[in-house]
Design a protein around this ligand. Structure first.
Ligand SMILES: [Zn+2]
Ligand SMILES: [Zn+2]
Length: 644
């Protein structure tokens, strides 16, 4: 007999070799019917698996995330079966469940087309309707090899060679056999035929190895009900419509150029306008918040990067050095050593601290070309960086301030839902970390107090701290409910020591200052991508690159229209004139596509009464208004940084 520990603390005794299904049945018939899979000693298992030793077991029933994962994993097998029916020479790669869906990789003679996807989907529905039982076979390695070799599954054979166990697990459904650990549903008919969909085809290297042939990866999604599927597809459509890579092109904001180099952003006049607004606001808040703004070089001598340790632990992220007067210089991947140089330019007293120095510092880091993604992952970017240097007594107050500062800055851009991750060291291996124990303890206490005082939800991540200090990361939620990590507040017990930074304390002796790195928006480029997606390009008036466009209904009113443009411009409003010869409706449509907040239409009546007819990008019509009133309205929204 073996003992099974259950989540409620109770134990069940069952015969050695019993299956998880037997365990569920021993607990109760209702669980036996509803269970889909089980977590056994931390691993998700198929209910047909047999237990040969004591274990702790948690069952998952339909409706749980784990059950959804099993459903998706089973659906990918059904897809593989359909592919093999339609393309008998296709060779199986791997097919896991992923967040919200699944994929399977195949080696095919010809690339698959979108038309193939719909015929595969049709065949999948047939397999679901055929309702094949899904059988699990624990098979000796040699026998498994023969079965796979007979089917010419050379990629699966490769996986088999890496197995350390003595038996392999095969699953069959109808004529289809696959090497897989599971877990799976019990029958193909448990998949709802109207609750899955194939989404796309992409190339993928076998086992991620660029020297191996490219496989065809089919992505799909599967849900418990058609309603869930439809909700997910709607969400995907929203994500696609808001994709910043599409919008920055359509709205003429930012571009990338293959001939200029991958991952390097070009800011066009309208993107540039917005960037200046973002940066000006950032600078204003920093001065108000007791920061000073510094500027430092883009390159620095190797000496600096040796002292900082970057050449030891970050070299692969840095570009090759350039030789100047016999010295190696590196393009900066970070701003920290430069701010430390400023700190060390004179003797610092405790009376000078805290020092808060911020810089919109442009850095360059090597990212593999496959990971580049629009403005979200680039090779050159501007961090909204700052370093805080303070005494140990000041640290708690400083952490508190910087947290408030971050939340205030982010909510200014319309983000109000935050969550925090606190990364602390692994208490079992204190020797792996720089800095003394009391420093880590104090740092952690000040971080926790600051988070809790603000009632922010947070997750404590033990062992996730980097070796030089604990940190907090703040995530925001965007309009689609997606979480994005922006702010990082990071202690550093390493650099002050490496650069031998000191201040003269009240006791007249030298002390080591505390150093905190913080970036609130993260990188301007990435933050900008997020803004574009959050607002779907329809930016609040204060951020919009063009706030108003003036549209005369015919050439006869050009002079009045020009006067309106001049008045707006004089008031500091970002205005465009559309004096082209097109039809008025086409011009309004164009302004709507450009998501310009105010369209000011002028004709005879407006000219006579010194008014403009105001239309909003939401298609709302405010009618004719005195020009002065419209100017006041736009200015008021701008100055208040109104989000609507
Ligand atoms: Zn499987
Ligand atoms: Zn730094």
């Amino acid at each position: 007999m073996i003992h099974i520990s259950l989540p409620d603390g109770s134990k069940k005794e069952i015969a050695r070799g019993a299956s998880l299904l037997d365990v569920a049945a021993a607990i109760g018939p209702r669980l036996a019917r509803a269970a889909v899979c089980a977590l056994v000693d931390g691993e998700l298992r198929d209910l047909r698996e047999r237990l040969d030793k004591d274990a702790s077991v948690t069952f998952y029933t339909r409706g749980s995330l784990q059950a959804l994962e099993v459903l998706r994993h089973t659906t990918t097998h059904v897809m593989a079966q359909a592919v093999k029916r339609l393309f008998p020479t296709a060779i199986l790669g791997i097919g896991p469940a992923i967040e919200n869906g699944f994929y399977y990789d195949f080696a095919t003679e010809q690339p698959l087309t979108p038309e193939d996807l719909s015929s595969i989907e049709k065949e999948m529905r047939r397999i679901v309707t055929e309702d094949h039982p899904i059988e699990r076979l624990d098979t000796a390695l040699e026998e498994t090899r023969e079965i796979l070799a007979a089917k010419d599954e050379r990629l699966k054979l490769e996986l088999l060679d890496d197995l350390e166990e003595e038996t392999a697990v095969l699953y069959t459904q109808g004529e289809f056999v696959d090497l897989c650990r599971g877990p799976h549903l019990k029958r193909t008919g448990e998949i709802k035929e109207n609750a899955f969909k194939l989404l796309s085809i992409a190339g993928a290297y076998w086992r991620g190895d660029e020297s191996r042939p490219m496989l065809q990866r089919i992505y799909g999604t599967a849900w418990e009900s058609k309603k869930d599927l439809d909700g997910h597809l709607e969400n995907l459509a929203q994500i696609e419509a808001r994709d910043h890579r599409k919008l920055i092109k359509e709205l003429d904001l930012v571009s990338f150029h293959e001939e200029g180099g991958a991952g390097l952003a070009y800011w066009h006049p309208k993107g540039g306008r917005m960037r200046v607004i973002i940066e000006d606001y950032w600078r204003k808040l920093h001065y108000e918040g007791g920061y000073e703004i510094v500027f430092t070089p883009h390159i620095g001598r190797a000496l600096l990067w040796e002292a900082s340790g970057h050449l030891d632990f970050y070299r692969e992220g840095m570009y090759a050095p350039m030789n100047v007067d016999g010295q190696d210089y590196y393009i900066k991947p970070m701003n920290c050593p430069f701010h430390i140089m400023i700190y060390k330019s004179r003797t610092r007293s405790y009376r000078d601290l805290p020092l808060r120095w911020a810089e919109l510092g442009t850095v360059y880091r090597y990212e593999r070309s496959g990971t580049l993604h629009g403005l979200l992952r680039v090779r050159g970017f501007t961090q909204d960086d700052a370093h805080i240097f303070c005494t140990p007594e000041q640290i708690e107050d400083e952490i508190s301030r910087v947290l408030d500062f971050s939340l205030n800055l982010l909510s200014g851009f319309g983000f109000t839902e935050f969550s925090v991750e606190l990364s602390v060291r692994d208490p079992k291996t204190p020797e792996k970390y720089a800095g003394e124990d009391p420093m880590w303890e104090q740092a952690e206490v000040s971080l926790v107090r600051a988070i809790e005082a603000r009632g922010l939800p947070y997750k404590r991540m033990e062992g996730e701290a980097v070796f030089y200090g604990p940190k907090i990361d703040i995530k925001i939620k965007d309009a689609l409910g997606r979480a994005w990590q922006l702010t990082t507040i990071q202690f550093d017990f390493n650099l002050p020591q490496r650069f031998d930074m000191t201040y003269i304390g009240e006791d007249g002796k030298e002390h080591r200052p505390y150093m905190v790195h913080r970036a609130l928006l993260g990188a301007i480029e990435r933050f900008y991508a997020l803004l574009v997606e959050h607002y779907a390009g329809a930016f609040p008036v204060w951020l919009a690159p063009v706030q108003a466009v003036v549209i005369p209904i015919s050439d006869r009113f050009l002079e009045y229209a020009q006067g309106v443009v001049d008045e707006l411009r004089k008031a500091g409003i970002r205005v465009e004139a559309n004096f082209s010869t097109g039809r008025m409706n086409a011009k309004i449509r164009d302004a709507q596509l450009q998501k310009i907040p105010y369209m000011l239409v002028v004709g005879g009546r407006e000219q006579e009464t010194e008014t403009v007819s105001v239309r909003l990008r939401t298609e709302e019509d405010l009618g004719a208004r005195p020009l002065a009133e419209v100017i006041a309205m736009i200015l008021e929204k701008t100055e208040a940084r109104s989000l609507i």
